[in-house]
Every structure is written in structure tokens, then in C-alpha cells.
Design a protein around this ligand. Structure first.
Ligand code: PEP
Ligand code: MG
Length: 914
């Protein structure tokens, strides 16, 4: 029976050649570290020899309940013997011992999450050999005590403090302050003490293999040491922090980690030895310079631990005794960059003047550095523009467009919520929109803290630096509006127990109570809420971003791109439209007209809805017509010559009315205070009307096109306003391009009747103004039924735009306002869902979109298709909509336009590269 190879060799074959079996392409088999070690050895860089046990072995070991797969142990033993032969030394040898490191290495970098054991192979015999070889007893005993300490902690879970306490006691006894001052004799004594700690704290019952002469002893047999260390690394794949890290970073649990067993080299063998980490370019700003640190006479973990002050890598080649290794390293920087065609991150050790490469990988970098490096590499002829564009992660662009917490800061985190709108903000807590406005007017930055927001909160949201809600998900009112405004927002912070009346909030799980005026900081990119003012670093729109986005536009709009990938914006006011044009939006994909009825205009629409008096209602409607005409005219002016999709009124009407709960309280208060009975009666009457309009399921109620069918005057007014505005601009010689969209259509006839009404008004206004108004009428497709009857609707529609927020809500039957706070996190945790469907489009929702596009195109080949739900700004969803569902454009909030342009280019690149 053929079985997959479990162990791959790398490095010297012991006869002047190379025994390497793997390569950089094998990261899913050898892990990132193992694959890159193999690659470096293959291209002739000095890599200490070793072997890599595959990720699949780890997976099988874990699946079998921590049992080695058949034959695997034998393969490892053979690889160990082979390594001894290749390197010419034996593990445990009393004269000249081989020592190895045992390190994890998953397919994706998981820094510090899994386990490592160094100096493996030391025992009471081999420590003598190490002394003989190095003529340095202090170094040998120090290595041995470090090994026992690390092995005990990592492999057997012995409390690390026990060893630290013994070290402290030994320092006191020796009368020294630092470990470095301990003598060889001190360290030899510590080895004895450490072994005793080991024997006292490891259970014989759990580890019978460690029992010698009836008692637990530190394992002397290097083969046993190695097996236990490999098992510990396998086990660390499933430790709590590794699981959490994978969850946060979307790394699948079933990949497993490889284990790299590699000959140890020592950077702590005197002044011609050193160890360090380096980047081939500056990972913070992308400058082409050597970047990193080294330490003379030290081991790798000393650099990372920050115990000693490191020296800059640029000084290495001028350091006495290290000149030649330093110059060699600089040469390898270019070798690696040319080979990987990217900025590399390197770990190295110099052992008595000889340079050894211990790790390399494509280096992580900030968003700004990513842009700089990609552009420079195009200039250097190393990569193409297409490669440069494909290397920038669209999600990273958020970093450049919004302020962030300073990475040097240590925020005092008091709660976490959903990362609803990126950017960080600091301000005094306020619990009402009025307070937000009042304090903001006094120049005080504020964070608006609400149970959830409603359209009435707009003024407070505009005034606030940031928004926090204790309820609601990423498509809740607060989230959608905040993203639209580019205001940082954390929503669904369930630990916030808000008492808006008392102007205080209790933080569940702690004694903390915050009051109005207390300063907090929020990070809308991570969902973190911190006490006090966390220092922020502000964003810059650099020229590099413009360059990369320009290249992205060339790719996504190229004539040979197949179907060009357009990017529009969701904007409801001229400011957002202007901002979006600066960010590179080509058109408006969604103008939510109901947002134009807020602020001072709310009372006008309230009069229209609640009044019994026809004249009063007609007056309100006239007033709405006047203000909407002005709104549309000013937006069309901003968007001159560009399409602008205007959606007829959509949300349930009661969103414009006072909250019945608050009104009830106000009436009770008025009565208790002996208020004017006439006024009480009027308020009661108002409350009755509002109650009469309330619905059990408003999201499934009188909204969207249904509203226009029942309150026919509203769409008549809106269409007239659009037509009047367009006619006015045409008369001025401008080129307005409104398109009218009917929301929440489920039944073809809804669309047909609405279209008749729209066209009648357009004809009327056209005739009155003496202009031809050729305004397309389309459907907002956001219900599964509409997708299934798309062919029939398409016969009457000029375009479709998919409202994937509602489509997700109605496909799943998940409330978009509640699900993300209530159960989606649990679903993600239990892997019932792989991703939040309100954030990244779900397969079934995508299938509905694709079905609708196919059916509609078959009937009406001239139609165009867009997506304007929140998914239209999500990079992963954008690629799928454009490539799998065949839509022509995505539309998103202004601040997400840059990343949408980049993601759209990625879609076209994925398509054209097959
Ligand atoms: C949608 O449902 O996806 C949409 C864009 O409309 P709204 O969010 O206004 O319901
Ligand atoms: Mg909708």
C-alpha cells in the first residue's frame, strides 16, 4: 500500500551536495517555515540541515487521539539517523554531540502561538562533549539548564515559575544580579535543581515512559526527548491560544502544523557569534533599506524577548569579527528578494563567524509599506503592475483611510463589540443625540453611546467622533449610517448596560460604572472599547495609494477585461457624493431617499402621515416636494454626467414617528405634573395613531414598494421631485442621469404598476417643462421570490440592483438588526456558519443573485446589474459577485470605494488569469 511521505530532508547531504527534498510550493505539506527552509537550501543559502515532518502527520496524530500514524515513528527515526550521518555528529554523543531544535511551522504564520524546544539532545553525557568541543563549560551548562527548563514547561507543562524561582534563589546565593553573571558551577548546580523540580512535578502515572528505578527522571535518551518534543508541537496545534488565533484570522483547523527538526547553531559562542532578525526592506514605511536588529553573543529568543538592547542590522557588516558574515547576509537579502520577488523577513544566526539562515518568509508590512514596496518593485522591474495590484490586500486599505490606535499604546480594554465601521475615536460619553450636539458645539469630542440608534439620532451621530451601541449588528441602523459617514462605530457591545435616563453605563462582569463625560476610546476596525483616551495615529491619503488605485482602475476597466468591473457609491447627500468622487466612485449606485426626510424635515413627514386634515397633508406633501427637488438637484449637479440610482421610499413609516414608549412616558410625566389637559389629550391622540401604525414584524411589513402602493402620494411626489430636478438641470445645459429604483419588489405586478405611475409622472413633467425625460426604471431585487421570478420582472425593468442586506435577511430568515449580536457569534464559534452572512455573501444568497441575473439577461439582454447591499463593499464578496454572478457593478459607502476598486481589479485579474 502506498503511503504519503511523512518526512522531508533539507540541507547538506554530507558529501558536499544538497539533500533537500521540499520546496517553497509545498507549504501545505511542510508548513511555511519548512517549505522556505527547503527553498533556501535549494538555492544554495547556508541552512543548518534537518528534516520536516508533514502537517498531515500532525492532523492524523490529532484525529487518532494523539496516536502516531502507522510507520511514522519509524520514518522519523530513520530521518534522525540520516541527519546524524549527513552532519557527522550523533545525538547524545559524549565526545561531539549533535543538538537539534524542534519547531512548529503551520501553512500560515501563527507567530508565537505554538511550541518550540531548543538544545534538544543534551544529557549528562553530551554536556561533557559540548564542553570538550567548545572549551566553554559555562555555555554548555547554560544550554543544558535552558533545555531542561524549556522541555519541562513546553513538553510536560511544569510551572515555569518554579524554574524562575530557582534561578532567582541561585542569583541571590551567588550574590549576582543577572543570569549572565552566573558561573559554570552555578549553572551546573541549577541543572541538578531543575532535574529535581522535574521529578517532583511530573506524574509517574501519566508518564510511565519517564520512570527510571521507580521514580520519574528527566529523560536522558535523545530519541525519547525527540519523540516527546514532536508530540508536544503536534499538541500545540490544538492549544487554546492557537485555536483562538486561527478563528480570528480565518485559518482552518484541519491544516495541522509541520514540525521542523534542525541542527542547532549557536549565536552565543562569543564575540564572533550573533543572532538577529531582519527585513529586506523597511516593513513600516516600505523604504528600500536593511531593517532589523542583531545581538552579539546571544540566542534567538534574547532578541525577541527584548532583555538586551539590540543593534541595528545596518551596523552588522562593520562589527569586528562579523564583517564577512554581515556582508554575506546583505548579499542574501538581494538573492532572496530576487528569488521571492517580494520583501522577505529573515532570521539568522552567526556561529563563530559562519552565517546560517534559520528562516525566511514573505514579510508582513503595514498598508503604507505594502503600497511603497509594490510600486518600487514595479520600478525596479521585479514585478508587473498587475502583480503589484494583486499583492495589496483591499481590507488593509482601511488602515490608510481612518485613524488608528497607536500600536505603541496599551489600551485598557473594558468591552468588545462588533467592528461595525472602521477607524478609532476618542471622546466623552454622551447618552443622547442632543447632548452629543451640545458638547460637540462646545468643541468637546464625544462618543455617542446608545442602546441602538434610530433615524432621529442622525444629528447626534453627525456630531459624534464615534458611535457605540449595545444592540444591533453590522447592518443595523448605527452601522450602516456610521459606515456611510466614515464615522468609527462599534455596535452590539452587550456588556454595556446603559441607563440613558441616569446617564450612566454599567459594564457587565466588572464593577466599572461610566458616567456622562467620562472619556472612552473605540476602535471600529476591531470592536475594542477602552477606558480613557488611547493615543491615535492619523491617516494619510498618500500618492502611493492613488498610484495603485490608478493601476487597479486600468485593470478593471480595460477593454479586454471581459465585462468591465464598475464601482459605484451609496450616497444620500452631496457631501458624500463629492467625497466618493474623490475616492474614485464612477456613479451613485444607491441613494436612499428616506434619509432626506430626517432632521428638521421630520415634522413635515409626520404631519403627512398623522394628520386627518387633507389640506394640511397636501401642504406637507408640497413642502416635501420642494425640499426633495432641491436635494436631487444638488446631488445631480455634483454627479453631472454620471448615473445616479434613486430609490423610492423604503423603510416602515413608523421609523419617522416618535417612539410610542417615549411618548407614553412623556404623557405620564405631563399628567403627573398636572399639565394642560388639552395638551395631554392631543398627545394621547397622537399616540393612538402611532400605535395604530405599529406592526409586529416591521421588517416584513408595510415598507418598500408596498408603501408606495398604499400611500400613492409619496412616490408621486418623489418621482416629480426627481423629474423637476432633472428638467431644471437640463435647462441649465447640464447632463443629469437619474435612474429610478423600486425597492423590495416581490411580485411582478408591483413593479409593473409602479412603473406605469413613474412613467406617467415623467411624461407629465416632461410635457410641462418641454424636455424629454429619458429616465431608466429598475428594480431593487432583495427578496428570494423576486430572484425566482426575475425573468418576468426583467421584461419591465431597465436594471436590477441587488439589496443583499434584505436578501440575506429573507433568505436565512435572520433579522439583520439582531442576529449578529444574538447568535451569529455562537454559530461562527460552533462552525455552523463559516462566515457572517451579513458581511460576506453566503453561497445560497449568491446563487439567488446568479439565478436572477441569468434569468433576467435571457429575457432582457440590455439590462445592467449591480449590488448595493453592504456586501458591495466587502472584498471577498465583490470578487464573487463580479465573477460568479456576472453583475456589472458594486456599490458601497464612500470610505469603502477605494477597497472596492482594488477588489474589482482583483476580480478581473482572477478572471483573466483563469
Ligand atoms: C439592502 O437591503 O441590501 C439595501 C441596500 O437596502 P437597505 O439596507 O436600505 O434596506
Ligand atoms: Mg433593503
Amino acid at each position: 500500500m502506498s503511503r504519503d511521505k511523512r518526512v522531508y530532508r533539507f540541507g547538506t547531504d554530507g558529501r558536499g551536495g544538497d539533500a533537500t527534498e521540499g520546496s517553497a510550493e509545498m507549504r501545505y505539506i511542510l508548513g511555511g517555515k519548512g517549505a522556505n527552509l527547503a527553498e533556501m537550501a535549494r538555492i544554495g543559502l547556508p541552512v543548518p540541515p534537518g528534516f520536516t515532518i508533514t502537517c498531515q502527520t500532525c492532523v492524523e496524530y490529532a484525529q487518532a487521539g494523539d496516536v502516531w500514524p502507522e510507520g511514522a515513528l519509524e520514518e522519523v527515526a530513520a530521518a534522525e539517523r540520516d541527519l546524524e550521518q549527513r552532519y557527522g555528529k550523533r545525538l547524545g554523543d559524549a565526545a561531539d554531540p549533535l543538538l537539534v531544535s524542534v519547531r512548529s511551522g503551520a501553512p500560515f504564520s501563527m507567530p508565537g502561538m505554538m511550541d518550540t524546544v531548543l538544545n534538544l539532545g543534551l544529557n549528562d553525557e553530551s554536556v561533557r562533549g559540548l564542553i570538550a568541543q567548545t572549551d566553554n563549560p559555562r555555555f554548555a551548562w547554560d544550554s543544558y539548564r535552558r533545555f531542561i527548563q524549556m522541555f519541562s514547561d513546553v513538553v510536560l507543562g511544569v510551572d515555569a515559575d518554579l524554574f524562575e524561582n530557582a534561578l532567582t534563589a541561585r542569583r541571590l546565593l551567588a550574590g549576582v544580579r543577572t543570569d549572565a553573571e552566573l558561573s559554570a558551577e552555578d549553572l551546573e548546580a541549577l541543572v541538578g535543581e531543575f532535574k529535581a523540580i522535574f521529578s517532583d512535578h511530573v506524574s509517574a502515572k501519566d508518564h510511565p515512559e519517564l520512570v527510571v528505578d521507580g521514580a520519574v527522571a528527566f529523560p536522558a535518551d535523545p530519541a525519547l526527548q525527540l519523540r516527546l518534543a514532536i508530540q508536544a508541537v503536534f499538541g500545540s496545534w490544538m492549544n487554546e491560544r492557537a485555536i483562538l488565533y486561527r478563528q480570528r484570522n480565518g485559518i482552518p483547523d484541519d491544516l495541522g502544523t509541520a514540525v521542523n527538526v534542525q541542527v542547532m547553531v549557536f549565536g552565543n559562542k562569543g564575540d564572533t557569534s550573533a543572532t538577529g532578525v531582519a527585513f529586506t526592506r523597511n516593513p513600516a514605511d516600505g523604504t528600500r533599506e536593511f531593517y532589523g536588529d542583531f545581538l552579539v553573543n546571544a540566542q534567538g529568543e534574547d532578541v525577541v524577548a527584548g532583555i538586551r538592547n539590540t543593534e541595528p542590522i545596518s551596523d552588522l557588516a562593520s562589527k569586528p569579527g562579523l564583517e564577512s558574515a554581515g556582508a554575506e547576509l546583505e548579499r542574501y537579502f538581494s538573492v532572496l528578494e530576487n528569488h521571492y520577488r517580494d520583501m522577505c523577513d529573515i532570521e539568522f544566526t552567526i556561529e563563530q563567524g559562519s552565517l546560517w539562515m534559520l528562516q525566511t518568509r514573505v514579510g508582513k508590512r503595514t498598508a503604507g509599506a505594502a503600497l511603497r514596496i509594490a510600486i518600487d518593485m514595479v520600478g525596479e522591474g521585479l514585478i508587473t503592475r498587475e502583480e503589484a495590484v494583486s499583492r495589496i490586500d483591499p481590507a488593509q486599505l482601511d488602515q490608510l483611510l481612518h485613524p488608528q490606535f497607536d500600536t505603541a499604546a496599551r489600551p485598557d480594554v473594558i468591552a468588545r463589540g462588533l467592528n461595525a465601521s472602521p477607524g478609532a475615536a476618542v471622546g466623552a460619553i454622551v447618552f443622547s443625540s442632543d447632548d452629543a450636539v451640545e458638547r460637540a458645539q462646545r468643541g468637546e469630542p464625544v462618543i455617542l453611546v446608545r442602546w441602538e440608534t434610530n433615524p432621529d439620532d442622525l444629528k447626534g451621530m453627525v456630531a459624534a467622533e464615534g458611535i457605540l451601541t449595545s444592540h444591533g449588528g453590522k447592518t443595523s441602523h448605527a452601522a450602516v449610517i456610521a459606515r456611510g459617514m466614515g464615522t468609527p462605530c462599534v455596535c452590539g457591545v452587550e456588556a454595556f448596560r446603559i441607563d440613558a435616563a441616569a446617564k450612566e453605563v454599567r459594564i457587565a462582569g466588572s464593577d466599572l460604572v461610566l458616567h456622562e463625560g467620562d472619556v472612552i476610546s473605540i476602535d471600529g476596525a476591531t470592536g475594542v472599547v477602552a477606558a480613557g483616551a488611547v493615543p491615535l495615529v492619523s491617516a494619510e491619503l498618500t500618492g502611493d495609494l492613488g498610484t495603485i488605485l490608478g493601476w487597479a482602475d486600468d485593470i478593471r476597466l480595460a477593454p479586454d477585461a471581459g465585462r468591465p468591473a464598475h464601482v459605484r457609491v451609496n450616497a444620500d447627500n452631496p457631501e458624500d457624493a463629492r467625497l466618493a468622487l474623490e475616492f474614485g466612485a464612477e456613479a451613485i449606485g444607491l441613494c436612499r431617499t428616506e434619509h432626506m426626510f430626517l432632521g428638521e424635515r421630520k415634522s413635515i413627514i409626520q404631519t403627512f402621515i398623522l394628520s386627518d386634515d387633507d389640506t394640511e397633508r397636501a401642504g406637507a406633501l408640497d413642502e416635501l416636494l420642494r425640499v426633495q427637488t432641491e436635494d436631487f438637484a444638488s446631488m445631480m449637479r455634483t454627479m453631472d454626467g454620471r448615473p445616479m440610482v434613486i430609490r423610492l421610499i423604503d423603510p416602515p413609516l413608523h421609523e419617522f414617528l416618535d417612539s410610542p414608549r417615549e411618548l407614553d412616558v412623556a404623557i405620564a410625566r405631563l399628567e403627573a405634573a398636572g399639565g394642560d389637559p388639552e395638551r395631554v389629550r392631543a398627545l394621547r391622540d397622537r399616540l393612538r395613531r402611532i400605535d395604530a401604525m405599529s406592526e409586529a414584524n416591521p421588517m416584513l411589513g408595510l415598507r418598500g414598494v408596498r408603501l408606495s402602493v398604499i400611500f400613492g402620494d409619496l412616490p408621486l411626489m418623489q418621482v416629480r421631485a426627481i423629474a423637476e430636478a432633472a428638467a431644471r438641470l437640463i435647462a441649465e445645459g447640464l447632463d443629469p442621469r437619474p435612474e429610478i429604483m423600486v425597492p423590495l419588489v416581490a411580485i411582478t405586478e408591483e413593479h409593473v404598476q409602479m412603473r406605469e405611475l413613474i412613467e406617467r409622472v415623467l411624461r407629465e413633467v416632461g410635457a410641462e417643462r418641454g424636455v424629454a425625460l429619458d429616465i431608466p426604471v429598475g428594480t431593487m431585487v432583495e427578496l428570494p421570490r423576486a430572484c425566482l421570478v426575475a425573468g418576468s420582472i426583467a421584461a419591465h425593468a431597465d436594471f436590477f440592483c441587488f439589496g443583499t442586506n434584505d436578501l440575506t435577511q429573507t433568505t436565512f430568515g435572520f433579522s439583520r438588526d439582531d442576529a449578529e449580536a444574538k447568535f451569529i457569534p455562537a454559530y461562527l464559534h460552533r462552525k455552523i456558519l463559516a462566515a457572517n452572512p451579513f458581511e460576506t455573501v453566503d453561497d445560497a444568497v449568491l446563487e439567488l443573485v446568479r439565478t436572477a441575473v441569468d434569468k433576467a439577461r435571457a429575457v432582457n439582454p440590455g439590462m445592467h446589474f449591480g449590488v448595493c447591499g453592504e456586501h458591495g463593499g466587502d472584498p471577498a464578496s465583490i470578487v464573487r459577485f463580479l465573477n460568479e454572478a456576472g453583475v456589472d457593478y458594486v456599490s458601497c459607502s464612500p470610505y469603502r470605494v477605494p477597497q472596492a476598486r482594488l477588489a474589482a481589479a482583483h476580480a478581473v485579474l482572477a478572471r483573466t488569469r483563469g
